[in-house]
Write a protein that binds this ligand. Structure first.
Ligand SMILES: NC(=O)c1ccc[n+]([C@@H]2O[C@H](COP(=O)([O-])OP(=O)(O)OC[C@H]3O[C@@H](n4cnc5c(N)ncnc54)[C@H](OP(=O)(O)O)[C@@H]3O)[C@@H](O)[C@H]2O)c1
Length: 219
């Protein structure tokens, strides 16, 4: 598979990138981001881009791909409603509509989160926005689209959060997180399991379009 990865510099994206390097079925990764990954690998090519609602300048480089792993996303904590909606809905849909036009046979996988509100009517703002984003992605004419809803994610193999104190928490709680991965798959997965699951689902398909944490862990 030739894949496009958004969010490769983030915690989820770093994990997906690592698994793409290891998995022989992934032959090429194009990372599209606003900052460089700092990673060198024979499979990896990067495009630095500055406008994530308009991809017209780089369109010619976005055709000919089999899958997209969309790991770009922000936390709603401390962010005003309109900015969160813009970065979650507008950015994701701009990328997805461009990609489906250029790659009719593409499989699109999107990382949302546990508690995403498919009804778009609930009381939790972030969950409604993620729900609308999922629902509208599922209407696009991709070959297939899959929504990944992890709960907690334990970073493994050097995957790091961009926030120093968050890394410190992961280090201190490592034994607890490892235990939760084993004993509470509804609430915890790892960056490795998530990356592997995204690759396998893009390659082989999955019976459900929305995958919760326990689905991710069982793949
Ligand atoms: N981490 C978790 O435990 C967890 C759990 C469940 C769900 N999720 C979901 O997974 C997704 C990714 O989370 P994460 O933890 O990987 O986040 P993260 O570490 O903060 O990384 C976010 C990624 O998105 C990119 N990005 C953010 N704002 C951008 C912008 N305005 N323009 C272009 N790129 C931008 C970042 O690029 P830069 O490097 O350029 O900033 C980075 O690559 C999110 O949707 C999140 O809700 C995460």
């Amino acid at each position: 598979m030739k894949v496009i990865l958004f969010g490769a510099t983030g915690m989820v994206g770093q994990g997906v990138l690592r698994e793409c390097f290891i998995d022989a079925s992934v032959t090429e990764v194009l990372a599209v981001g606003r900052s460089p990954t700092g990673v060198q690998h024979a499979k990896l090519h990067e495009i630095l881009h500055d406008n994530f609602t308009d991809f017209s300048k780089i369109e010619s480089q976005l055709a000919g791909f089999d899958a997209c792993f969309f790991c770009l996303g922000v936390s709603s904590i401390g962010m005003d409603a309109e900015r969160y909606r813009h970065l979650t809905y507008d950015v994701t849909m701009a990328a997805a509509t461009t990609l489906t036009r250029l790659n009719p046979g593409m499989v699109f996988t999107y990382v949302t989160g546990r508690g995403t509100d498919s009804t778009e009517q609930g009381s939790v703002r972030w969950a409604r926005v993620k729900g609308k984003t999922e629902n509208d992605l599922l209407k696009l004419p991709f070959k297939a689209a899959y929504m990944f809803r992890p709960a907690g994610i334990q970073p493994l193999h050097g995957v790091r959060s961009k926030t120093g104190w968050v890394n410190a928490i992961y280090v201190v709680t490592e034994p607890l997180l490892s235990w939760l991965v084993r004993s509470a798959p509804k609430y915890m997965t790892t960056s490795e399991k998530l990356g592997r699951a995204m690759i396998k689902v893009a390659r082989d398909g999955y019976p459900k379009a929305v995958l919760e944490s326990e689905d991710i862990n069982s793949i």
